[in-house]
Write a protein that binds this ligand. Structure first.
Ligand SMILES: NC(=O)c1ccc[n+]([C@@H]2O[C@H](COP(=O)([O-])OP(=O)(O)OC[C@H]3O[C@@H](n4cnc5c(N)ncnc54)[C@H](O)[C@@H]3O)[C@@H](O)[C@H]2O)c1
Length: 661
């Protein structure tokens, strides 16, 4: 790391004095040498020399400050310093000639001495700077510096080599590897190109390399994966430099070397979609994103704005998050209109006002409570927000001009083992059964989003930074992963192709072992070793997530990377009955009865003690039972509910009855 040395003012004064004396000595030396050379080492009359010497020294020292040559930071010297020395010499020589010949009238002073002295003075004053830089670099490159091998010998490599040579980074670049045959045997700022990338494993062994740095910011994903694989096989710790845009934005330093690219962790090529079809669906429409301050919501806002909506309405209850989003979207501002709303989507009065004021046409519902362990301990909040809040929002959308409602679901909704996952499944069932004709409801289901709020990556990165053991629940635990931009692109695509009631599932490739992901992260973070601690499954956590229910039929959709599922679809009246009962359980506020009601709606839901609590008296909802139209319970008879979330009857739409009733 860059070390900033703090020196006392006395020490700095002492150094300036030393620099002054040394430069005086060199100027005197250059004059004496010029005389000796001019008279072939037999000086006829030295009195002329001694008369001119003080004048030369004074002139040169007086000129130097104008060219910033009095500081002693010679270890950072470069071409610009040499140019400054040249300018100072020429200016000083001119003044010296004028003073000696015309001021002092010493016409006998040999003309060749002026030239010779200037040449020697330039050589000495530049030479001493170069020498001290070389000396500083040798001292810096001591045995405590890490031995670094660069992959790539281009512009980024040059910058990094210069950085290690100029600043105390704790690294010494030993060499580069590069596949370009023209660079074979080349030296980049004195650092040799040792061979092609294939030779990396051998070079790492032979040169006792501590760390490999991939210095190809323009590498494509395929190239990057190949390089990462080669580094892994070589068994070396490795890191990568930032991408080209970041490099262009500023000078790359070893401090800026990015620890890891999330796409490097995917183990597959990120999905690249042609989103042109999305454009026509979004252009000139009023689009609302709920949960806009969250990881997925904010990326949705970023991508949606590029499709030129008539109005982008970013809504979240997190005021600080909205503040940051507003700030981010204000940079590279486009011409689209944006509105930032701090609002709770469970509040139908507020939402109705917003829908009517702006005429919302499309809703991307990314707001939810999503943290599994937190929701296990806050069942009522989970159900209130993710189920009844969703219902209230759907009601508002239904009664306004809204045409499409897309809800972000999760793979945790499949055979849920936790409350959060179960509420997501109830959400999917609600959207699939929603009887409104004008409102197209689509659910999009996917797995873990790398780097999203609360994801394992920031946690692992922090543990790596702090040299703490990496905590993993189980060595065999796997998860489906995708990047946030991938997830959002697919959500947008799903929005474009989804039909009413569809549950669309994004192709996330093969599941990745979390322990393997952590190991890759350790390597990409430049560490060679890290302790792992397996802490066991937390409440509600599963070893493996699934993307589909066993009885779900899976069809291809218009997009290769999106599958459409079809399972038993509950009829709205049956689902409504289950939701009514859940609503009543919520009002009583007993965890066990809420869980039991959830299980009645989602029979696959498993939770601790579910055999007892889960045997819902009425049995699970079935399509056959529910097909018969059923009247909603008399809502007015319900007890007054204590929390704001459920104060508003989710069933009371503008028409006064349940949707579709
Ligand atoms: N992150 C993942 O790995 C992942 C994977 C699959 C599905 N999902 C789903 O995607 C959605 C978004 O996930 P995320 O990672 O962006 O979560 P996040 O926590 O980063 O964002 C959620 C946002 O919703 C807001 N919110 C919650 N309740 C609200 C309310 N009542 N009113 C207004 N705003 C409210 C929060 O303030 C937060 O900003 C969630 O539904 C989540 O279940 C996430």
């Amino acid at each position: 790391m860059r070390k900033i040395s703090k020196k006392s003012p006395a020490l700095l004064r002492c150094r300036s004095l030393l620099v002054l004396v040394l430069q005086m000595g060199l100027i005197l030396c250059s004059l004496v040498c010029a005389w000796l050379l001019r008279f072939e080492f037999q000086v006829p009359d030295p009195s002329l020399l001694w008369a001119a010497a003080p004048i030369l020294i004074v002139v040169r020292l007086m000129v130097m400050p104008f060219f910033n040559l009095t500081h002693g930071w010679w270890r950072y010297t470069g071409i610009s310093d040499a140019v400054d020395v040249l300018k100072a010499i020429l200016t000083g020589s001119f003044a010296f000639v004028v003073i000696v010949r015309y001021g002092m009238g010493l016409k006998t002073f040999p003309l060749s001495i002026y030239v010779l002295e200037a040449l020697i003075a330039f050589t000495l004053l530049t030479g001493v700077r170069v020498l001290s830089r070389m000396l500083a670099e040798t001292v810096r490159a001591d045995s405590t510096s890490k031995r670094l091998l660069l992959v790539g010998a281009g512009h980024a490599a040059q910058t990094i080599i210069r950085e290690t040579q100029e600043v105390e980074t704790g690294y010494r670049v030993i060499g580069c590897v590069d596949d370009d045959p023209l660079k074979k045997g080349l030296r980049v700022l004195g650092v040799p190109v040792l061979g092609p990338v294939e030779a990396l494993a051998n070079i790492v062994g032979q040169q006792r390399i501590d760390e490999v740095l991939i210095a190809i910011p323009s590498a494509t994903q395929t190239q990057m994966r190949r390089l990462v694989k080669t580094c892994k096989e070589a068994g070396a710790a490795f890191r990568t430099v930032p991408e080209m845009a970041e490099l262009i934005a500023g000078r790359v330093t070893l401090q800026q070397v990015r620890e890891v690219s999330l796409t490097d962790l995917l183990g597959r090529i990120p999905v690249d979609l042609d989103l042109e079809s999305v454009r026509e669906h979004i252009r000139d429409r009023v689009v609302m994103v709920t949960g806009a301050a969250g990881s997925i919501g904010s990326e949705l806002c970023r991508q949606i704005r590029t499709y030129k909506p008539k109005l982008l309405l970013c809504l979240d209850q997190n005021e600080t998050g909205i503040f940051h989003l507003q700030h981010q979207l204000a940079q590279n501002d486009g011409d689209e209109r944006k509105v930032f709303c701090v609002a709770d989507f469970c509040n139908p009065e507020r939402m109705r006002k917003i829908f009517l004021t702006y005429g919302v046409e499309i809703v991307f519902h990314a707001a939810a409570y999503k943290h599994v362990p937190v929701m296990e301990a806050n069942v009522e909040e989970a159900v209130g927000n993710n189920v009844f809040g969703l219902l209230a929002l759907l009601n508002v959308a239904q009664s306004s001009n809204c045409a499409t409602f897309v809800m972000i679901s999760s793979d945790k909704a499949v055979n849920p083992s936790n409350v959060m996952g179960c509420t997501k499944r109830v959400g999917e069932l609600i959207l699939a059964a929603w009887p409104g004709e004008r409102l197209r409801c689509v659910s999009v289901r996917f797995g873990n989003v790398l780097g999203s709020n609360g994801s394992v990556i920031p946690l692992f990165q922090e543990q790596i930074r702090q040299n703490q053991p990496i905590t993993i629940t189980h060595p065999e635990m796997t998860r489906f992963f995708m990047t946030v931009s991938e997830a959002v692109s697919l959500v947008l695509q799903a929005f474009a192709i989804g039909r009413h009631g569809d549950i669309l599932v994004l192709d996330m490739g093969e599941p990745v072992r979390v322990a393997e992901l952590a190991k890759t992260l350790v390597r990409l973070s430049g560490k060679s070793r890290q302790e792992f601690k397996f802490i066991g499954l937390r409440p509600g956590e599963k070893l493996f997530e699934e993307l589909f229910y066993p009885d779900e039929r899976v069809f291809p959709s218009a997009c290769e990377k999106i599958a459409c599922t079809e399972s038993v679809r509950l009829a709205w009246p049956a689902l409504k009955r289950g939701l009514d009962e859940l609503y009543v359980a919520m009002s009583i506020g007993k965890r066990a009865s809420i869980l039991a009601q959830l299980k009645q709606i989602v029979p696959q839901f498993t939770y601790a003690g579910c055999d007892r609590a889960g045997s819902a008296e009425n049995g699970p909802l079935s399509p056959s039972v529910s097909d018969a139209p059923q009247a909603a319970p008399a809502l007015v008879d319900r007890p007054e509910l204590p929390y704001r979330t459920w104060q508003v009857d989710p069933w009371l739409g503008p028409a006064g009855g349940g949707p579709g009733d």
